[in-house]
Design a protein around this ligand. Structure first.
Ligand code: UGA
Length: 457
């Protein structure tokens, strides 16, 4: 099949390369010329394990193309995927201007029957919106009765469920494929496209498909906020949230996934999607209090964690003489303290800094006068643009050198495998604040560290 994918962000790029790998002819279109030029040189705009190899293979095999020419790509395509960004507005509502722009572009280029698929996360009713925008902007012939025979289209909702860091595997082997189509014939066309993946498919109407995506993300976010609230209770009572989560998760109706207590959810999806669903609910007259609580619990994770850090690090009496140890010292309760940060991306296996907890935490610590040294395996280039005051290090050991405390923010696998004896000897004082519960508390304390984590005694 000939496919056009509009937008080369996470979803667009991964969708395009997967369909090419399955044997289709795919043109990925983006209006940012530099991005397309880089992709044509084999340079990926994001870090995603396995993506670069798969893109290169399909480009060499002449199945995958990158272009700024939307018109040409739409003309050739049978199916057009809209995979553009859907950022939040200040009031939480989803900004559909990029979706609208893509729909207008499609409208001007339609030269025969097309299936237009919304893959971006969009609120219920966006399928209708896209249809109306296209109808209004079909310049080739504005009067439907005068349009060339067959120049019509259908709009489908086919939400994406991939996670950053495991996007290729998720897209190749999704738990389910949701096809929200206006008719059976249209759905069958999508079924054909996905047939070789061999995963469960649900055919439904467009509205339901649109809501399935938000309901899924909201439910996962609910699990995270739920276990974080339980972590708070564990801290107050002396219980251990890791064991509690395990015990609860053994119930097959609940499951172990997404019950890791920590610093709360970030990234480009959960925070904006929950807000969008709250907004949609309000638009239809429903006050979704449960979702508001999920956001509220999430918002308190970082301040709570920073309080623990300050509680242990800020001296009762402000230090009169500032220890220099080679760094310019700030003012504030943490002046004179050197804090090492492990992990900057919003989660492991990605360089994505959008809504990363590191930004919030580091900014508070900097404001309190601390010197921040940090290391992340892949996100440092992106982090430098947002957090210029941080001293970036080559590895976790360099971060530890002379540090008064280590703060674990992202649970990269390599941090679990560090030589902790070496870390201890490099630190000024062996103190760890583990925001992701990656270390065994008892073992870490036995090694001589003062150790604080989330929801564990
Ligand atoms: C999420 C969903 O998992 C995907 O299914 C969905 O397709 C995607 O959003 C999207 O809407 O595009 P993603 O944001 O890439 O994927 O990352 P997740 O692995 O879901 O993690 C989200 C956040 O939750 C991270 O900040 C992570 O640290 C946090 N999290 C996750 C926890 O705090 N605890 C957990 O147990 C799991």
């Amino acid at each position: 099949m000939n496919i056009c994918v509009i937008g080369t962000g996470y979803v667009g790029l991964v969708t395009g390369v997967i369909f090419a790998d399955l044997g289709n002819d795919v043109t990925c279109v983006d209006k940012i010329k530099e991005k397309i030029d880089s992709l044509n040189k084999g340079i990926m705009p994001i870090y995603e394990p396995g993506l670069e190899e798969m893109v290169k293979r399909n480009v060499v095999d002449n199945r995958l193309f990158f272009s700024t020419d939307l018109h040409g790509a739409v003309e050739k395509a049978e199916i057009i995927f809209i995979c553009v960004g859907t950022p939040p507005k200040d009031n939480g509502e989803t900004d559909l201007s990029y979706v609208e722009g893509a729909a207008k572009g499609i409208a001007k280029s339609i030269n025969g029957y097309k299936i237009i698929v919304n893959k971006s996360t969009v609120p219920v009713g966006t399928g209708d919106f896209v249809r109306k925008v296209i109808e209004k902007n079909m310049t080739r012939n504005t009067d439907p009765s005068l349009r060339p025979a067959g120049t019509s289209f259908d709009v489908v909702s086919n939400p994406e469920f991939l996670r950053e860091g495991s996007a290729i595997a998720d897209a190749l082997s999704p738990d389910r494929i949701i096809i929200g189509a206006p008719t059976k014939q249209v759905a069958v066309k999508l079924l054909e496209l996905y047939a070789t993946i061999g995963r469960p498919m649900l055919i439904t109407d467009v509205y339901s498909a649109e809501i399935i995506k938000y309901a899924s993300n909201a439910f996962l976010a609910m699990k995270i906020s739920f276990i974080n609230a339980i972590a708070d209770i564990c801290e107050l009572t002396g219980a251990n949230v890791t064991d509690v989560a395990k015990g609860v998760g053994y119930d097959s109706r609940i499951g172990q996934a997404f019950l890791n207590a920590g610093l709360g959810f970030g990234g480009s999806c959960f925070p904006k999607d929950i807000q969008s669903l709250v907004h949609t609910a309000e638009k239809f007259g429903y006050n979704f209090k449960l979702l508001k609580s999920i956001l509220d619990i999430n918002k308190k994770r970082v301040p709570h964690f920073v309080e623990i850090i300050k509680d242990k690090l800020v001296p009762a009496e402000p230090a009169p003489a500032v220890v220099s140890r080679g760094y310019k010292q700030g003012t504030g309760g943490l002046k004179g303290k050197i804090i090492g940060v492990l992990g900057l991306s919003f989660k492991p296996d990605t360089d994505d800094m959008r809504d990363a907890k590191s930004v919030e935490i580091i900014n508070i610590l900097l404001n309190e006068g601390a010197v921040i040294k940090a290391y992340d395996p892949v996100a440092m280039e992106n982090a430098k643009k947002i957090l210029p005051a941080v001293k970036y290090c080559a590895n976790a050991y360099e971060v530890s050198e002379g540090a008064d405390a280590l703060v674990v923010i992202t649970e990269w696998r390599e941090f679990k495998l560090l030589n902790m004896e070496r870390i201890k000897n490099l630190m000024h004082s062996p103190l760890i604040f583990d925001g992701r519960n990656i270390y065994d508390a008892e073992r870490t304390r036995k090694m001589g560290f003062e150790y604080y984590s989330i929801g564990r005694p």
